[in-house]
Design a protein. Sequence first.
Lengths: 348, 528, 404
Amino acid sequence: MLAYIRRVQRPNSVGRRSIRVAQRASGITESALRRAAMPLARRGFPYRKPTVPRSVEVPKKPSKLGGAYDTEWARTPIARAMRGVIVEGPMRLAVRTLTSPTVHGLDRLSDLERAANDNESPAPVIFAPNHHSHFDTGLVIRSIPAAWRRELVVAAAADYFFDAQWKAVISALSLHALPIDREMTGRSTSDRLRDLIADGNSLIIYPEGGRSPDGWGQEFKGGAAYLAARTGVAVIPVFIDGTSEIFGKGAKRPKPGRTTVTFGAPMWPGDNENTRRFNARIQSTMERLGDEALTDYWTASRRAAGGNSPSLTGPEYSSWRRQWQLGDRRRRSPSGRRRPRRRTWPAL
Amino acid sequence: MPRPGFVLDVDRSTPPTLFWRGEGFSLERLPADRSRIIYPPEPLKGLDHLDHHIRNALLNPIDMEPLPALLKPGMRLTIAFDDVSLSLPKMRRPDNRQRIVEAVLDMAAEAGVDDVHIIAALGLHRRMHEYEMRHVLGDRVVDAFMPRGQLYNHDAEDHENLTVVGETDHGEVLEINKRAAESDLIVYANVNQVAMDGGWKSLVTGLASYRCLSHHHNPESLRNTKSLMDRHHSALHHSIWRMGKVLRDSGPAVFQVETTINTEAFPSPFEFLAKREWEWTAKDRALFLGTSKALNKMPNTTKRKLFHNIEAPYRTTSVQAGYTESVHEITLQNVHEQHLVEVEGQTDILTMGIPFISPYNPESIMNPILVMCMGLGYLFNMYRGKPLVRAGGVVIMTHPTYEDFHPVHHPSYIDFFDEVLADTTDPAEMSTKWEKKYAEDDWYRHLYRTSYAYHGVHPFYAWYWGAHGQQHAGRVIIVGGHAPAVRRLGFTPASTMSDALEIASDVVGRNPTISHLHVPGVLVADVK
Amino acid sequence: MKALRIDRNVGKFGAARIVSAVSPGGAAKLGPLEHRTINDPAPPSGGGWQQVHTRLAGICGSDLALLDGHASAYFENWVSFPFVPGHEVVGELESGERVILEPVLGHAARGLTLPFEGASPADGDDHTHLATTSVNGIEPGIQTGFCCSTGGGWAPWFWAHESQLHRINGTASEFPDERAVLVEPFAGGIHAALMAAPVANRADDPVVAVIGAGTMGLAAIAGLRRYVPNVRIVAGARYEHQRRLAAAFGADCVAEGSDLDRAVRREVGCHLIGDPDEPILSSGAHVTVDAVGSAASIADAIRITRPGGRIVLLGMPANVTIDLTGLWHREIEMRGAYTYGTEKLADGTTTSTFKLAIDTVTALEAEMLVSATYSLDDHVDAIAHAASAGRRGATKTCFEMRGS
């Protein structure tokens, strides 16, 4: 009796076919373009760009990208209107489907919201979230109460978001991003930010400076604290949980999941508190906020009182133990896991 | 600058006056030259940076050590707070109680206190739903304490969890929640909307048992309570203060935190409802017309949902903490500053519009018994000195008084209406004949403990609340009410205000003087 | 003579049923009942038959059900068409004596031996004689008023057997006709009340609920008050005048029909379980007498009767759809109560229901329940009035033939 062995189907047959199709399609497009461009092919200057003679030194134009990119156009009425549409339309949908956020702690902001008279918008604030993913910005923008959302500026890394024209345009238009130099926040940048805040814009700035590389937090840089001291506005720490599983640093594709956003109470620098101390206070408040988000308010309060809040930056271990510890922490929070599939009863 | 309340003498140029009528409004014209309308004071300005003031009050209390000094590791701390019968309507989040409880918890955490219980001091009221807890205390406190079983509703029928603290020299037994009585410290988070609340009443009624409450929640005491808003002339409050002394002498330390709120009850654009009618702008009038017409077309369930969803933008006018009696004196000063209106003399008739809400039907239906309670109980008692209407005068109220009852919140009210009121409307008689049966009924007790029902005896309390008014008035007329229900209450139904005045002429003659209590806007008439 | 007669006409029964949906009395116009000259019924053979001249004849709920087509097809075998209806009768003999009719055509009337000594016409547990033509020529029929041989009460006269007649002691002013016409319905109600007695007597504080306070319900209440000691009666009635009468006849607590469940709960002190609009009592009444007999009232009866209790079904149901799960789960017993006969009381004595009924109507002066009388010519109005009796504040409607 021969056992009938079914041959395993080649796993790549489907993939191969799609590559062939793509190749053919691009081939056709290419030949069409070539034919269209043929009249131009035989022409030169002035139809085409000029070449520069070898003996001439063309001065280098100052790069208008990077830290020097001018985002003033993003504050014109047309740009604002387009941004409004983007934030309420595609961004809202994307945030909802990809990150399914739950927002906590909005009542801590009620007093600031209400401090204004009815017709004015409330005073600007500086939101200081922790940073794990590119999705953080969209998530925070959508979680912030509408009263502030309309006039928001995001401080974005100049070397990442503003190094190409298309990236700069998209960042400035959809996020109202402002380029800042990560290593050294120059005078002009901080002046620009201070002026924008004085105009009534609230600011989102990530004290960690960049996304976490391994899921733990990083030490806070002093940008938020410094600006708060200069402008007199409050700093509101925001703890985001779950985005590192969805689209963390180094991920190829986003995996939809759940997130929580927890707002902390507004903080002002104390009378004799310098920027460094205020920054340290913001970081410890963020630790307590993170503890509150992952466990509960009372546990966080008690641990904070005893100086036992779990550290944001994680243990001082080597790589695999850090990862191991991260998994332990992740298990406690429901965020980041994919939506559970509905159990169906077996057919009997 | 908020203007004080005042008494308007109605003349022919006076526009018609706004009357509450349950989930709706009407405008009534009062007869000229013999009517007066008592307008409430405008809302006082609230405190800015309320959290700072609360923290300040906790650190600088009156006649007691600062709170951090009273908190030690290993102690038993109980935090009690006013239940959902305050504020009316509910405040915008965050509620004062949330602010107070979070401030206290912060200090407790710093002091290393682990054993904390947070109890809703509801007495014989219904248990609070979880969403109501979240509204009053905020999500953080609820998420931290409810799953641990450290945040819960007081259960006056849990006899294992009640204990006798002591007895007054009048033989009144103070029996309260055991956990609270055996704590090292009780902190009470109060919202004082009217002068009746606060002081010793918070704990002595909020955490009490039926046995304890029956010493002062009875027809005799309430007939001698003149008025509920004036504790110095109130038999109810005298009894409560006696029990308070027992609590002070034999019970745990009590750190009372009281806050007073102003009268900004309506979110914009509806604040005009509390404004004087001749100051309504064209926009206000259009809004009023549009809203009244829309309300008339809606079914009752929709109207109720609409009204019970109102979140009042109340501002807090004062915070004080420390020894209960000293704190309460300051609280009362602030409450009176917001509420008192000086009035000269009494009139033959008192008119008032009854709102859609009373302390006993938040998120619920106002049944006929609660109409009586709100009218003759609360609004009639909004006086100091003498009632606004003379003895034997007529009280005219406006309310639809439909025979609807909420079967989950008010099951004993349904039977009270069918059985007790069909037999008698006299508080003394019903107390001897029927009260025990309802207080001890097994089903009502089961629903009070496990469902969201007011205690079986509660409709009697609602009725006794109006005992003084019932005794004082010669006749009570309800305009626009459902006639069989009105008659069952022992009152007279009338279709319009002029019919009501016609009916009243039997008692007060053809040209009676009329006082109208202008609610919306809480006020207390200081009658000379 | 000219009398009201029902002919067998399926079309007319159907039409009556349809019309009765919109107009309660409309069935009288389109239905099978007609006022016409009929052949006088022949005197039945065998002795003991007398001509009875009708003075008052009542309209009963079962008559109305028959007329508007709602009666069950069950009765096919127990009636003989065409017949003159009318079984609640007070009449006058040739000799001038006034009599009350006990309408069941029992063994004696049909020339058969009695099931036991001193049996009333309705006693016995074999109904052969009611469904077959008797030796003396009486056609099938449960009662006078459903039999083509004897005639019936809605006519100037009819034949009645000696065993069916109860002579009235007293003149018309001492014992009015209006009182006498209520004896038969009261006998039915008292019979139902006595069915509650064994269960009630076993309990310490028996509670009996009565659903419906039309004539039959009021009779049941009166019977319970007089003949079942210690019982607390809770009655549910839809109309104000019915509630007043129920209280007057001895009900301890009277509630609106829809509030009967809460009233029983208050009496018994148990819990209400489930949907607040149709709650089930965790305990309940020891006995429930359902004097309505509709699907809704039977369902209510199951809800409010104590587990292990008894439902006495007094009102005539037709083809009803009921969820009997409650009956099964609560181990409730349901008994039909149709007629009267010989009763055994709690103290061991035996008497006939009719005697008890005569005592009861005398004590209560029940003639007040007769609300309106009509002549045979006005039968359409009479039926319409009877069909909407509750709404119109009436209890019992009768045909009157005195003075003709």
